[in-house]
Design a binder for this molecule. Sequence first.
Ligand code: NAD
Length: 352
Amino acid sequence: MRTFVYTANPARVIFGSGTIASLGDEAARLDAQRVLVLSTPEQKELAEHIAANLGERAAGTFAGATMHTPVQVTQEAMTVASDLKADAVLSVGGGSTTGLGKAIAFRTDLPQIVVPTTYAGSEATPILGETENGRKTTKSDPRILPEVIVYDVDLTLTLPVSLSVTSGINAMAHAVEALYATEANPVISLMARDGIAALARALPTIHADPQDRQARGDALYGAWICGVCLGSVGMALHHKLCHTLGGMFNLPHAPMHTAVLPHAVAYNAAAAPEAMQQLSLALGVPDPAIGLFDLARNLRATMALRDLGMPENGIEAAVSQAMSNAYANPRPLESQALADLLTRAFRGEAPA
Ligand code: NAD
């Protein structure tokens, strides 16, 4: 008999096309009278459009969200929220904007509505990564978990193809590591398999036709359940390596995850046979590491970390930092094997 512990994260999820029309009702359900709409500068117009649709329930907008959730930006947004007497935050955008909403909610316990426009999956997790004085720290807290997620596939049609591909493979990484997590359980594993399969199906179609709504819907659905995986069980080598590389060399989030994932899977393959079998079935390929590498490369993702800005002399330092953090992983961490892994990823070679 299999024993397990499964804890569900509470959230209300609305999924479809044109669903941003329901945001006023969702704000009313939360009894929010003064909603502050957050976005990046690039998505300011969308934030203003949403605020206009909220009508009297909108308190205003703050379009200053940026990568890595700097505490200084959070403080600026908190001042705006306080001046406007906001009683809820609505984050529209990718993981960077969701991060800002979470950072505000962590400090104020204001309720959050998130309208995701990438496949980052942050909206489904109680996790917040923030940066201050060049240091990134991560925390998990129930206040961080958004109360409501409104997925509107229409908003994803503008997501550039290259970011759609890497953001989608970044989402798959959450589910891949959930399959071999220490806390793996049957509910999360079935979400993981379905999420991986949906994204593997959708991404080639989106690459060929970014306006394909069916594929966009599949990808967004996959991103959601992969995000649930990330928020429910612990991550392993792949995420720890990316956290290390991102912190040391400031590499772009989704492209870096895409380049590392096939190698992390190859590293763990022999130590996690059941997870690999599930992954093979979800991807429809005999070798999941090669399958993920081919999928990403065929969709023109950059597979060499050197092309994403990593310096060659950084490999040794990255290995020693990755080794110094104790964390659960199916295969024990071996410095030479990790150096080989990073060397292949650095050069963009196939996983071995
Ligand atoms: P992002 O939010 O930085 O967005 C990248 C750019 O794309 C931004 O300029 C944004 O405005 C724009 N954009 C987003 N959606 C668009 C659309 N549909 N059309 C046109 N432009 C669009 O990138 P991301 O990859 O979504 O998020 C990455 C961040 O999220 C990282 O900082 C990462 O650490 C964080 N993250 C956190 C968690 C968590 O659980 N805490 C999970 C995943 C990612």
